[in-house]
Design a protein around this ligand. Structure first.
Ligand code: SAM
Length: 268
């Protein structure tokens, strides 16, 4: 990989970025006070950008590097791992295997981890769970592995459904204990297990503005007294979600945070 190291930043060398592109750069990156311009071959450069240096660098496989750096994530009673780290699940923990891929939800994001932790704080034996914005299916699968009788994951993005189904199979979730469908609240949910669309637990890792819009629908899908777990909320947006929960009469509102992210639990 051929890289031209030019001293400066995108800001200080703003006028020179076009010159790099015109000279044939295939990509530009700014790192540690240097502009790194990627080229296929060494080329004659205009005077204004001749103060740099050509370097041959080893090719980097970013995906391989990302995968090599993944570590098991502990979330309450659950340890989430990629398939190649199965052996690192402690015998005392519930193991949850998620293949990192196109759908959000490997467990490495604070919101996913806090949501699994919140599920693991509950006694889910024989319970039904609705997971809104299921992504990789991680929360629905965690629920099933923690004893839920049935967890339904819904997502507006069709790409997530086969991924979530495969993750459920990889975790040997018994047939019928999880189901995934394209959709959102307000759509008809499959009524074979939960005929009235009312679940014992509702979990949703979305974002504050969407929780504000959906909170009325959460009431309609949660049994009275049932736990609600909401995350994907930036701490600065907590008042929006807390206000919406107050408006709809939710009680026992509690907040946990991890860095800039918050999770809110409440009861219908
Ligand atoms: N549940 C996973 C987790 O906790 O890691 C994935 C959460 S990811 C942040 C949010 C997911 O919600 C995405 O897969 C997105 O497609 C889905 N989504 C966004 N808006 C939605 C909506 N209105 N209804 C259902 N799913 C939605």
């Amino acid at each position: 990989m051929l890289v031209y190291h030019l001293p400066g930043t995108f800001e200080t060398r703003e006028d020179h970025l076009d010159l790099l592109w015109e000279a044939g750069a295939t990509g530009l990156e700014e790192r540690a006070g240097l502009i790194r311009a990627y080229f296929d071959e060494e080329t004659e450069l205009p005077d204004a950008i001749r103060d740099g240096e050509w370097r041959q660098e080893a090719d980097q496989d970013w995906l391989a590097e990302f995968k090599a750096n993944l570590r098991p994530v502990q979330a309450g009673r659950v340890t989430i791992v990629p398939p190649w780290l199965r052996a690192e699940i402690p015998a005392t923990q519930v193991g949850l295997v998620i293949e990192p891929g196109m759908a959000f939800g490997t467990g490495h994001h604070a919101t996913t981890r806090m949501a699994v932790e919140a599920l693991s704080d509950l006694n889910l034996d024989g319970q039904t769970i609705l997971d809104v914005g299921t992504g990789s299916g991680v929360l629905a699968i965690a629920g099933a592995l923690l004893g839920a009788e049935y967890a339904l994951g819904v997502d507006i993005d069709p790409i997530t459904i086969p991924i979530a189904e495969e993750n459920a199979r990889d975790n040997a979730v018994p047939e019928g204990r999880t189901a995934f469908m394209v959709g959102t609240l307000g759509d008809d949910l499959p009524g074979d297990v939960v005929a009235d669309g009312v679940f014992d637990v509702l979990v949703a890792n979305l974002y504050a503005e969407l929780h504000d819009l959906l909170v009325g629908a959460y009431v309609g899908h949660l049994r009275p007294g049932g736990p609600l777990i909401l995350t994907g909320i930036l701490t600065g947006k907590l008042p929006l979600v807390q206000g919406a929960l107050d408006r709809e009469g939710f009680t026992d509102v509690e907040v946990r945070t991890d860095g800039e992210w918050a999770l809110v639990t409440a009861r219908a």
